[in-house]
Design a protein around this ligand. Structure first.
Ligand code: C5P
Length: 218
């Protein structure tokens, strides 16, 4: 007998919109698998930077994407290295390359269509999940927040490790990243037509989660 088709929840949106926290909590709530697709682009960018290659170089990104080792991504020390601002910026450069995106596309679809540990569904967060990776997703949420609010959140996360980091620098980086992510020709960041918009600017984490859950359960 054909197993049931997994239920996919797509959570897209710009950096520091709160989409990662919401996606992780939705996955916990429904006992679904969770995939932070930004980490895949970050891992590719990290590999490119480690080799002193240019993140805007298409061949360097493609080589790193083909060598991507998913098993490595869960380790706490790897996660910390991937979550820096420098790697985030480089990730948005490698993510603008069509061949690199293509190499990563199938990895994401495989996890969505056959979630690990036999889970009944998967929650994927990213920029193009509802539009390109899983356009057939059962639920789609596009999470936004005003850029000043997102910058303040990101600064809170990063300034402990980097006390010299200014809010102004984080804001400028997010604005540049938003622009690159929405202006690229392949799979630009945008809300799918059938996505629910969720603005978390004036919501606590609990309020935002309640709103996301209501969208999925409605
Ligand atoms: O979400 P996060 O900030 O970790 O993503 C890092 C970068 O990876 C983004 O700025 C974006 O350029 C890229 N990305 C993407 N498509 C996704 C997830 C992330 O282009 N599905």
């Amino acid at each position: 007998m054909k197993p049931d088709t997994p239920i996919i929840i797509a959570v897209d949106g710009p950096a520091a919109s709160g989409k990662g926290t919401l996606a992780r909590r939705l996955a916990e709530r429904f006992d679904y698998a969770y995939l932070d697709t930004g980490l895949l682009y970050r891992a590719v960018a990290y590999d490119v930077l480690r080799r002193h290659e240019d993140p805007a170089n298409a061949a360097a990104g493609l080589r790193a994407a083909k060598a991507l080792n998913l098993a490595m991504l869960g380790a706490p020390e790897t996660l910390a290295a991937l979550r820096t601002g420098e790697v985030g910026t480089a990730a948005s450069l490698v993510a603008a390359q069509p061949d690199t995106r293509r190499a990563i596309l199938q990895i994401q679809r495989d996890i969505a269509n056959a979630p690990p540990e036999g889970k009944a569904g998967a929650v994927l967060d990213g920029r193009d999940i509802g539009t390109v990776v899983c356009p057939e997703a059962r639920h789609k949420i596009f999470v936004t927040a005003r850029v000043e609010i997102r910058a303040a959140r990101r600064w809170q996360e990063l300034h402990a490790q980097d006390p010299k980091l200014t809010l102004q620098a984080v804001l400028a980086d997010l604005q540049a990243r938003d622009h690159r992510d929405s202006a690229r020709t392949t799979a630009p960041m945008r809300a799918a037509q059938d996505a629910h918009l969720l603005d978390t600017s004036d919501l606590s984490i609990e309020e935002a989660f309640a709103a996301a859950l209501a969208l999925v359960l409605h």
